[in-house]
Design a protein around this ligand. Structure first.
Ligand code: FAD
Length: 399
């Protein structure tokens, strides 16, 4: 087992770290750097994106034009560094949902589809959204309940139905929608792409949420006769679940990579305060109770990194890493919540204020236990594996 990283990856990591430190972190304390929904304002974002692209720190989740790719394990190293700042990932074009959409389009799209749907996202010219979840009684945790219909008429599909919590929908131009093309229990869903300017769909509302929002918010959308040419289907009809699985594995993991960066930032802010704040004659940092809290978080972060790296390694060698991704997702989502909560506690009233990004992270963190599969659903999946594999659940992979 080798946990070392290559000098080239270390070079990338340090350049991202320096970029975040110099160009992004200072914006967090500038009120004019925020848009109306708690994210980085467009006027500040665009020049930074240009700079990141010029420095070769752009879109690391896709292979370079020469085919060179850092893999998911390399991304784990870089993404963690990007999300030291709350604004980091979007600057490097590695924020959700775009990064997951780019990865699935790269992996499953035909050359023409990549050119049409992927390239503009990868170049940062447009944003994208992935539309799967529906309000009750439609599909949420259980995708087999999806009700949005795509009915074939000649060489096109006509969509009717409703989706909600579609991240980025108000700012997105390219959409991937998962809809029902038949009642076949295994092959009833299909994935289709459409452009925001196509008629036959609308944003019903931008759903108010407790946390800061990704650009474009989380929207409820309605399809009322949207026509999508058959050539804009990803894979063949009936393979929507396959598309979803291919997209969600890496996308869940990149969430974890980013959340580890945010968790480390929480520890960083808590440590800085504990080292300078005194009470009852000693520094907070010298109290064993505080040391236990921080030590516990360090351990949780390292466990999260190991789970993420194991899953990344499995995906990089062509596996599905279903168990590994589920374990990483549950652990890191809960870790993020705990890291923000603990750091706020250590910072006292300051932690509850807007003077640090802790309250931003705390409000953001709650969604982590819901998005891309609630904790309980991932644990149910793990238990399914246990029921099938028994003691082999923990088998070693022999090289
Ligand atoms: C901020 C945010 C962004 C999102 N972005 C997107 C997006 O871009 N695109 C998209 O398609 N969706 C998106 N979603 C939706 C998200 O993927 C769903 O919320 C999630 O899959 C759960 O579905 P649901 O909300 O319908 O919960 P439900 O299926 O209604 O479940 C409700 C609760 O029941 C419990 N539960 C469910 N199943 C089980 C089980 N088997 N065992 C035990 N307990 C269970 C869980 O506690 C769960 O939280 C987003 C959600 C949020 C909060």
């Amino acid at each position: 087992m080798d946990f070392s990283i290559s000098p080239a990856l270390e070079d990338l990591r340090t350049r991202i770290a320096a970029f975040v430190e110099t160009h992004i972190l200072p914006l967090e304390s500038d009120p004019t750097a925020y848009d109306g929904h708690g994210n980085i304002a467009g006027a500040k974002l665009e020049p930074l994106r240009e700079k990141a692209r010029a420095e070769g720190l752009w879109c690391l989740q896709l292979p370079r034009p020469d085919g060179d790719f850092i893999g998911l394990a390399g991304m784990a190293v870089c993404y963690e560094e990007m999300n030291r700042s709350i604004f980091g990932p979007v600057v490097f074009n590695s924020a959700a949902p775009d990064d997951g959409n780019m990865m699935v389009l790269h992996r499953l799209g035909t050359p023409d589809q990549r050119e049409k749907w992927l390239r503009p996202i990868a170049e940062g010219k447009v944003r994208s959204a992935f539309a799967m979840t529906e309000p009750s009684p439609g599909g949420g945790s259980d995708p087999s309940m999806i009700q949005t219909r795509a009915t074939k008429q000649g060489d096109r599909y006509v969509l009717h139905g409703r989706k909600w919590f579609i991240t980025g929908a108000e700012a997105a131009s390219h959409f991937i929608v998962v809809a029902r093309t038949s009642d076949d229990p295994r092959h009833g869903l299909s994935a289709l792409m459409f452009h925001k300017d196509q008629p036959g769909w609308r944003i019903v509302r931008r759903i108010p949420i407790m946390g800061p929002e990704e650009h474009g918010g989380h929207c409820e959308i309605e399809f009322d006769g949207l026509e999508i040419p058959a050539e804009d289907m990803l894979l063949e009809e009936g393979r929507g679940m396959k598309v979803t699985q291919v997209r969600l594995g890496p996308a869940r993991l990149t969430h974890c990579m980013r959340w580890l960066g945010l968790s480390k930032r929480c520890v960083e802010i808590a440590t800085e305060y504990a080292e300078r704040r005194e009470g009852f004659g000693i520094r907070l940092a010298d109290r064993e109770s505080i040391q236990m809290m921080l030590g516990d978080l360090c351990m949780g972060i390292e466990i999260g990194r190991l789970l993420v790296m194991k899953a990344a390694w499995e995906l990089d060698r062509g596996g599905f890493a279903r168990k590994e991704v589920s374990m990483a997702k549950v652990h890191v989502a809960n870790l993020l919540h705990k890291a923000a909560d603990t750091a706020i506690q250590i910072n006292g009233a300051r932690g509850y204020s807007g003077d640090t990004v802790l309250e931003w992270i705390y409000r953001y963190a709650r969604q982590a236990r819901l998005v891309d599969g609630a904790d309980e659903v991932h644990k149910m999946v793990l238990n399914r594996h246990l029921a099938e594999e028994r003691r082999d659940f923990w088998r070693w992979t022999v090289s």
